[in-house]
Ligand binder design. Sequence first.
Ligand code: FAD
Length: 530
Amino acid sequence: MSINKSKYLVIGSGIAGLSFALKVADSGNVNLITKSKMSDCNTSKAQGGIAAVMSSNDSSEQHKKDTMIAGVGLCHNDSLDALVNEGPERIRELIDWGVEFTKQENGEYDLTKEGGHSQRRVLHKADATGEEIEESLIKKVKDHPNINIYENRFAIDLITEHQVRNNLQSAFNVCFGAYVLDKESDNVDIFRANFTMLATGGAARVYLHSTNPEVDTGDGIAMAYRASVRIANMEFIQFHPTALYDPHNKPFLISEALRGFGGKLKNGNGIEFMKKYDKRLELAPRDIVARAIDSEMKKDGSDFVYLDMTSLNLSEVKKRFPTIFKHCIDYLNIDITKKMIPVVPAAHYICGGIMTNMSGNTSMHNLYASGETAHTGIHGANRLASNSLTEALIFSHRAALKILNKKFENEFENIEIPEWKDDGKLNPNEWILIKHNTKELQNIMWDYVGIIRSRPHLNRALRRTQMLYDEIENYYKRTKVRDSILELRNLTTIAYLIIRSALRREESRGLHFMSDYPDKDDKFYKDTII
Ligand SMILES: Cc1cc2nc3c(=O)[nH]c(=O)nc-3n(C[C@H](O)[C@H](O)[C@H](O)COP(=O)(O)OP(=O)(O)OC[C@H]3O[C@@H](n4cnc5c(N)ncnc54)[C@H](O)[C@@H]3O)c2cc1C
């Protein structure tokens, strides 16, 4: 076991973790750990773009109003003000850091319009915006002498007073860093820090169909929950209406920008259907489009619907969506300018998460959270497209500012942190059970806690996940620590938090649709806090 000390511990290498690291690194050393390769994260997958008011036709008021409408009344006013007033500055900073967004021939940024936005305000780099941002930030982070990067390190649990109780006289509710599994050596090391930033991304892998990469298993939220940190609004899961239907390969998103460009949704009989559901047609908010597709699929028993781009300007489609064009050819041999694209809804984004204040501080001292793992109050009951990358930048910046302006006293320097105890045995025969249990959990969540929910279904899901949880805890305690068991344990916690939050909200609002409570109820005009 090794003990790694730093002023800052950053867990996660997406936009939230990397931008925070860059902001604080001049003031002290940073240990940045990440579960896999640096670029394995949701950020790299973002296609559509990043939203902010960047044109004179647009205004902060309009951006705020659009976000609030999507969030169905649950967005926090102060967070929205931060989003719309600070977004443009944070994006200019990204540009200064080397990120290149697509421009028009006249040199102006090519702003696109996505579902729920009343104006063109989404900057993009063709259809690979996230990759451009991630690669630029990785380069900056690698160049900074104060940032130490640790790949293939899995944060297991936060170190809090729970672990150091015997050595602690007066302090309570403080984070001292994290226990971290080195996936290459199988050792568990202590990463000790004065300030810990959880930037562990999303949790949509808890569902059978998801757009998220394998690393986004809600670890930060689960760790924070185990440490008794407050968690909010876990019931609001955004299902992206259009993931590519391709059961044999990794998930791939068919960006909303294709619908913004004129793509039409058609059912199995090739008939357009969005006019039956919403007057904004294909550009209605994601929850409405996802429910419409779900309902069309249920009607004709099909596994997918189609997105039709074939009547649009062919060379423009290829130019604007090169990644999607190539992916469809490479994996399904579909030329999207000639054939319709099979699409299906998939769990995409979690609006809730670890509760933070306006400085990214959680309910635990010295523990911060930013990005998709956090609940900052921006998204309310539904996230407006392309607001999440902006949110991560804003709250990582705010957290850094708060810490940098703090009078820093290292009052816990002498506290001893116990070693990780790992007495478990490795039993390779049982690893297959973990795979099966993960699938079972994902199926339960998809079948009973998906796009359309009901109390009986949620209760059934709760009973079944509780059984799974007991089994997994038992297994966790007697087995040598491994990433697959850690992920399953965290996913089960995420499932529990989603189901419990969903059961509390006896209404339908935004992304949370209950068939037995189909209307909004002002009794629930508040966050669900656990
Ligand atoms: C396909 C797709 C398209 C999207 N398109 C857009 C878009 O166009 N615009 C937009 O605004 N948003 C979009 N989003 C959402 C957006 O990409 C994410 O919300 C955002 O990138 C989250 O950034 P993050 O830094 O919080 O997390 P991530 O980028 O997911 O990074 C999380 C990091 O934490 C690490 N990690 C996780 N657990 C652990 C652990 N236990 N120990 C160590 N490290 C850990 C991971 O390895 C990873 O490095 C999209 C998402 C997806 C999946």
